[in-house]
Each structure stands twice: as C-alpha cells, then as structure tokens.
Design a protein around this ligand. Structure first.
Ligand code: NAD
Length: 484
C-alpha cells in the first residue's frame, strides 16, 4: 500500500496531521493507498511557497512557460496506460472510460499551449491626438482548484494548464476519494522540471478548503463538485474577496420526439445514463418521451439497460463499473425506494446484485424507473448513480416546460430528425450545455464548459477562452509621450 503525500515546494511531504484517510478500490473494497489531511500550517506554507515562486514565474516569458506544458503532454502520453489503470483502480470506471477521460484532459494541456495568443490584450493608437490606450492581461498570483472524485484525471486539467501558462502558481486540492490520479499528474510535472512552487498539491476536506479560501495569499478559487458545496464555496470565496468559479451538480433531462431514430437514440441515451456508473455530471438522468415514442423508446431502453455488462473496470469487456462508495450506493437505493412510494414503477431493478469474485464492490446495476412523479424527489434532486427515470409528455412544449422546471441547468438533450424542433429546443431549453442527438454534450477543451442555474455559480467557466480570462486580470494603460 502506498502513502500518497502532499506536494509542497517541489518535494513530497508527509503530514504532521494525525488524520489519515484510506483510499479504497470501489470494485474490490480493498485499501489501495492512504492520504494525510493537511493542517492550516501546511496550507500556510504552501501558499507562501507559491507566492515566492509566483514572483519569478510570472517574469518567465509565456513562450518559455508553455515549454513545460509541451513536455508534460509528452509525459502524459508516455504514461497514458499506467495512469488509466490507476484511475480505474481508485474510481471504478472502465479502462476505456479512463482512457477517454485522460484524452479529454490532455486536450486542455494542448489548448493551454496557445497562451501566447490566447492571453493577449488589445490596444488603440491615438484615442486622442498622441495618446494611446492598451489593455494587458496579467496573472493573478496564487490560485486554487478543488476537484471532485468522478473525473480525477480530467478535471484538475480543466484548470492547472491554463493557470500556469498564464503565469499563476497553482494549488490543487483533489478529492480525498481519488487522489492517486492527481498524484500522477503532479509526479509528471515534477519530472519535467517545473520550477518549485509553481504547482503544489494538498490533500484534505472542508478544513483545508476553508483554510485555502480564507488565506489572504490566495487570489482565485475554482471548484467542481456537488451543488450544496459549490454554493458554500462560492459564498465563502466571495466573502473573502476571491475571484471564484463553482461548477455544481446536475439532473439532466433528455427529450425523445416521435421522429427520433429510436435505435441509435437508445444506445446513446443508455451510454449517457449508465456510462461511468451514472457518476457523470453530464449523465442523462430523466428521459421524457413525447407522444408515440413512449412505447418505442421504453421497449428499446429496457432491453439495452438489461444487457449492460457490469464488472471490474480493469477487465476489458466490462461496460459499467461500481459506484464510488457504499454510502453513495445506499443514497441511490434510497432514491429508488422514494420513487416507488411516489408512484413510479421500477422496470429494471439493479439492486441486490453482485459481480462474481467481487462481493465487496459497491455494485448497483443499471436501473430503469417508469412514471416518475414530475414533482417528486427524483425529478427534482440529483441522484448520482446508474439510474434513468422515464416521464411522458404530449408535445415538445410540455417537455421543455419540464426541462425548465429543474433548478439545475447543466445539460439538456433532444433526439429528433426535425431541424425546427432542434432549433426551438436549443433556443428555449434552460441549460448551459445542449445536446442535439448527442447524450453527453461535453464541450471540447477549446470551448468553455457550460452550466447554468444551480449547476454553475460564477461568470467565467472552466476551459477554453474562459480559462485564460479567469486566470488573468486586465490592466489599462493610457499613454502619452510628449514630443513623440
Ligand atoms: P463533493 O461536492 O462531495 O466534493 C467535491 C470537492 O469538495 C472534493 O474535493 C471534496 O473534498 C470537497 N468538499 C467536500 N465537502 C466539502 C465541504 N463541506 N467544504 C469544502 N469542501 C468540501 O462532490 P463529489 O462527490 O466529489 O463529486 C460529485 C459531484 O460533482 C456531483 O454532484 C456531480 O454532478 C458534480 N460534478 C459536476 C461537474 C460539473 O462540471 N458541473 C463535473 C463533475 C462532477
């Protein structure tokens, strides 16, 4: 068993803290490593090291800073398979899902290498005779990201490459459930010789997060996780005068019209709902059939749900892995019970099943629930697991009304062959990511990740151009040179 340490000032360090948490393989139930919780003193040390490093790092030309990212990308590609396996071990997702996640993460490193162009300012000559005006973009200083368990390879890379390419120093607080993948990223940055203190990593939970937000030396906070914590961090960071972006939870609705190509729609929706064991913020959680698609889609999705092969993610034939913890499985089982009480009908029940040879895994097989009560718990609250709830509407207007009744606004999808219906949907649906005949409308790294309403608190999102804007502050210069 390895002991995953903090990474402060360019060295791996054990903690003075007595609190050590185990990291568990969710498929086997076995402990694979353990992590220390950082203390306030360790937070203070990391911030002070980062600040010292920042004074040098911001002066290194951007074209030189990105050379470290090019080298990092090469290392990520070289160690791709090892990282993917380690990710599967701690997170449970299948190897192909881990590989896909890593690829999406690496794309962010590639986009951040465009910093010399993408962090440029702008200017006008002669705003008045002989006077010029410029806007330049400067880094903020010490910035922090707090990331969730479900994409431990990709989500840190939504922030880290943009932050350091633009000249900031970065502290990562990864999920305490999946810290090994983050440790891989840090190890590879260490190998490329990134100057000490430019990137650091601290493990911990609320106490460490609070200390990082409260510390006067941190300038910006990025968060991805559940909505209640996103809301808490957004308010706390604002109270402490920090720039902040918080991506929260989701309860994504997909609408299936009568004219949709049902076979392909079913495959895509099942992949969205049950891929990563439903632990994806862009999972289709509620499917609204319109008119006659009620029969055709329901028949098709029952068969696909039953046929999904659940097992250990390291086995290449597995199509769905376990849930992250026994507690999260218990939460979803509770959701299923509540839906039944609210009048829903379980048509494929994934409870009480196990995978041969893996009796201690957190198994919940794909579950399909029909006749979800539109004002019930499952219709209103995020259930982060392999569940798909079915509802039925008379027409597209009624379906869009249901989409817009959600407090969340992460993603909404439509399956149709009608351009007019597609345009109406993308125009009216209140969600920050829209999928048309697509089940996981995840933006490429060169676009910002969407998200609105209770799924996002802030102005600038992660990734793409927003990444460069979030990590830089603008400065105006108005300039006159007499006799010029
Ligand atoms: P979580 O909110 O439990 O934890 C996220 C991070 O916050 C972790 O690093 C954790 O240590 C920290 N944290 C937990 N409790 C805290 C507290 N009280 N104070 C301060 N920090 C705290 O989320 P999770 O279970 O790791 O991840 C799943 C959630 O993340 C789901 O709700 C999912 O929808 C969401 N998510 C959203 C997106 C998005 O882009 N919108 C992407 C991935 C996941």
């Amino acid at each position: 068993m390895t002991h995953t340490q903090h990474y402060i000032g360019g060295t791996w360090q054990s903690s003075k803290s007595d609190t050590i948490l185990p990291v568990t393989n969710p498929a086997t139930g076995g402990t694979i490593s353990c992590i220390p919780m950082a203390s306030r003193t360790e937070v203070g040390r990391a911030v002070s090291v980062a600040h010292e490093a920042f004074l040098q790092w911001r002066r290194i030309p951007v074209s030189e800073r990105i050379q470290y990212l090019f080298a990092f990308r090469e290392k990520l590609n070289t160690h791709f398979e090892e990282i993917a396996r380690s990710l599967t071990e701690e997170c449970g997702k299948t190897l192909s899902e881990s590989r896909g996640e890593l690829r999406r993460g690496i794309e962010n490193v590639e986009v951040a290498c465009g910093a010399p162009s993408l962090m440029q300012g702008y200017n006008n000559e002669d705003i008045s005779r002989g006077i010029d005006e410029h806007i330049i973009r400067q880094p903020l200083g010490v910035v922090v990201a707090i990331t969730p368990f479900n994409f431990p390879g990709m989500i840190p890379l939504w922030f880290l490459p943009y932050a350091i390419a633009t000249g900031n120093c970065f502290i990562l607080k990864p999920s305490e459930k999946t810290p090994q993948t983050a440790a891989w990223l840090i190890r590879l940055l260490d190998e490329v010789g990134l100057p000490l203190g430019v990137v650091q990593m601290l493990h911990g939970d609320k106490e460490v997060v609070d200390a990082l937000i409260e510390h006067p030396g941190t300038r910006a906070i990025s968060f991805v996780g559940s909505t209640p914590i996103a809301r808490y961090i957004y308010a706390k960071a604002a109270e402490h005068g920090k720039r902040v972006q918080c991506q929260g939870g989701a309860n994504n609705v997909v609408v299936i019209l009568e004219d949709a190509e049902i076979d392909s729609a079913t495959e895509i929706i099942a992949e969205s709902a049950f891929g990563c064991a439903g632990q994806r913020c862009l999972a289709n959680r509620l499917a609204v059939t319109v008119g006659k698609s009620r029969e055709t889609f329901t028949d098709a999705i029952v068969a696909v749900t039953r046929s999904r092969k659940v097992g250990y993610g390291l086995h290449e034939t597995t199509e769905m892995g376990p849930m992250i913890t026994p507690e999260s499985r218990g939460d979803i089982e509770q959701f299923i019970k509540t839906s039944e009480k609210e009048g829903a009908r379980i048509i494929v029940d994934g409870r009480g099943k196990t995978v041969d040879g893996f009796q201690d895994g957190n198994w919940l097989f794909p579950t399909l629930i029909d006749n979800i009560n539109p004002s019930g718990k499952l219709a209103k609250t995020e259930a982060f697991g392999p569940l798909l709830g079915l509802l039925h509407a008379d027409d597209l207007d009624q379906a869009i009304k249901f989409v817009n009744s959600q407090s969340y606004g992460n993603m909404a999808c439509l399956f149709t062959t009608s351009g007019a219906a597609a345009r109406k949907f993308r125009y009216e649906a209140e969600a920050g990511n829209i999928g048309i005949n697509v089940g996981v409308a995840a933006p490429m790294a060169f676009y910002p990740f969407g998200g609105s309403k209770d799924s996002f608190f802030g102005t600038l999102h992660a990734e793409g151009k927003h990444g460069f804007e979030f990590y830089t502050q603008t400065k105006h210069i108005v300039e006159r040179w007499p006799n010029s």
